[in-house]
Ligand binder design. Structure first.
Ligand SMILES: NC(=O)c1ccc[n+]([C@@H]2O[C@H](COP(=O)([O-])OP(=O)(O)OC[C@H]3O[C@@H](n4cnc5c(N)ncnc54)[C@H](OP(=O)(O)O)[C@@H]3O)[C@@H](O)[C@H]2O)c1
Length: 491
């Protein structure tokens, strides 16, 4: 019998299908589904066009409000790409709108019947003016489905499908396709610290390996992973912005926590040649926060953290801080993303809804900071680019005109006035110097924690996952890695 997995909420990279649909998914004959209401990007449980997701099959249905977990069949899944999302009223649906839908949903009446059955709706709710979202998708090759081109990583490089990143310091020092190596993929070239930190460790302990960061596009993931599986010299590596969430759908195995987070930043090639994904971003930050409070002989458990942001990194950090039993309040510009993240964390840890991890809009920061122990920015407000001059404590209205920035600073200073003196101001954004948030916090004599310890700690955990056996054999400890990486990163 097919193995089942039990879980509460799906992460954003998954989509649930009834058992009835499996034969149509398996034969790839269904390419369209309907959901009641508006489920566009930004809506609660909305679908983003272009997103690659895993279609999972429900064995037994759960209930969000009652906290009853649905069960999914672990081995019944397909990787699909959301091609198009469209909201239309049922009464406006034409014959062509049903093209690609399942055989029992072929016109307005059969759609109403199916929605009524699946979503337990009264016939009166299924009026002609009820909006439905039409989600069209295509099927992708996945880990277990061989990619037809079968290119090596060297061929992908020669053909320009992947290119060596130019901006990171010490990138690809000693790298050769013919020698043992680790590789990190990013969507945009930027002065990342991974190559310089990893190559410094290899050099310091004379490990016969080298690290290279390549730039590519996420559409190339199936080919890239196929190349990495067959690359005898590839030991593992990582994924940066752009690849982290999408890789979850393609890897051979994903660690349970990374799956919950919905993002992978580290890949390990195991002894069976399988590519296994992990996430060390959250652990990296939680570890640096724990170190900060340890110096004051204070535990993390029970402290209140106001976390600003709900993107990929915020997901990882929020899970890690909840694991350390902190009281986490997630505030985000798009409140639905904060809500979904809080629900997933509470469900994972078995907390009652809103009991431990709460959520809110970014405007709720004024009332949330008054009793906070940590105010943490994991949004891109303050990151280099058009948001650089904004502070995370208030809305960042674009375009970045002098007036809009001034208003953001004015509101932020009002919030600063409400933050208790003992609170720690923290920002994960890395730059050449202090972010505006950290700089003002210092001016106001707050304690601060920047993104540097996080990048080092996540790097240590990542290297340890890839090289643990040989490092232990050589007597290398995580403290040794810390010292080398810190110096190499120039912090
Ligand atoms: N120190 C380290 O080791 C480390 C590691 C990883 C990442 N980081 C940094 O962490 C930051 C977040 O990365 P990420 O991967 O989570 O990014 P992401 O997935 O793109 O998320 C961006 C976040 O910023 C918010 N945001 C964007 N524009 C905004 C605006 N104009 N006003 C208000 N909020 C806005 C987004 O809100 P919406 O949801 O409303 O769009 C979202 O919460 C980046 O600056 C990254 O460099 C640091």
């Amino acid at each position: 019998m097919t193995k089942k997995i039990t879980r509460l909420f799906l992460n954003p990279n998954e989509m649930a299908f009834r058992k009835y649909f499996w034969p149509q998914l398996e034969s790839q004959t269904i390419t369209k589904v309907f959901r009641p209401g508006s489920r566009l990007e930004g809506d609660e449980r909305g679908y983003k066009e272009g997103r690659i997701v895993v279609a999972r099959v429900i064995d037994s249905i759960g209930s969000d409000w009652a906290g009853i977990p649905p069960e999914f069949f672990e081995e019944l899944s397909k990787t699909i790409r959301i091609e198009k999302t469209q909201v239309k009223k049922i009464g406006d649906l034409k014959r062509e709108d049903f093209c690609g839908a399942s055989s029992d949903v072929q016109d307005q009446e059969s759609l109403k019947t199916q929605l009524g059955l699946i979503y337990n709706l009264f016939p009166a709710d299924l009026a002609d003016d009820l909006p439905v979202t039409i989600i069209s998708f295509s099927y992708l090759s996945m880990a277990n489905h061989p990619v037809s081109s079968k290119k090596t990583i060297k061929q992908l490089e020669n053909e320009g499908i992947i290119t060596i990143a130019k901006k990171p310091e010490n990138n690809a020092v000693g790298f050769a396709h013919e020698k043992s190596h680790t590789i990190t993929f990013v969507e945009d070239d930027y002065p990342a610290k991974t190559p310089v930190m990893w190559n410094a460790v290899y050099a310091a302990f004379q490990l016969p390996c080298s690290q290279a960061m390549f730039v590519s596009q996420v559409e190339n993931l199936p080919e890239i992973l196929d190349g990495l599986r067959r690359d005898e010299n590839y030991r593992g590596g990582g994924f940066g912005v752009g690849f982290k969430d999408q890789a979850v759908a393609y890897l051979d195995k994903v660690d349970e926590m990374a799956r919950k987070i919905g993002a992978v930043n580290v890949v390990v090639k195991n002894s069976d040649g399988l590519l296994v994904g992990y996430n060390t971003d959250g652990i990296g930050y939680a570890e640096s926060l724990a170190e900060f409070f340890m110096k004051k002989s204070q535990p993390l458990a029970g402290k209140k953290v106001v976390l600003i942001g709900s993107g990929g990194t915020a997901n990882a950090i929020a899970f890690a801080l909840a694991l350390r039993k902190m009281k986490v309040v997630i505030l985000n510009r798009t409140i639905e993303k904060a809500q979904l993240l809080a629900r997933r964390i509470n469900a994972h840890f078995g907390f009652a809804e809103d009991a431990v991890v709460r959520f809110g809009a970014e405007t709720e920061i004024t009332k949330e900071v008054v009793d906070a122990d940590v105010i943490l920015n994991v949004s891109t407000k303050g990151a280099c680019g058009h948001l650089e001059k904004y502070l995370p404590l208030a809305s960042a209205t674009l375009p970045a005109t002098e007036e809009n920035i001034k208003e953001n600073h004015r509101e932020s200073r009002e919030v600063f006035a409400k933050i208790p003196a003992h609170a720690l101001i923290s920002d994960v954004i890395l730059g050449s110097g202090d972010t505006a948030f950290i700089a003002i916090a210092k001016e106001k004599n707050f304690q601060t924690l920047n993104g540097v310890p996080m990048v080092i700690n996540q790097g240590i955990e990542a290297m340890w996952l890839v090289h643990e056996a040989e490092m232990e054999a050589l007597g290398i400890s995580k403290i040794d890695l810390y010292n080398v990486m810190k110096q190499a990163a120039g912090f």
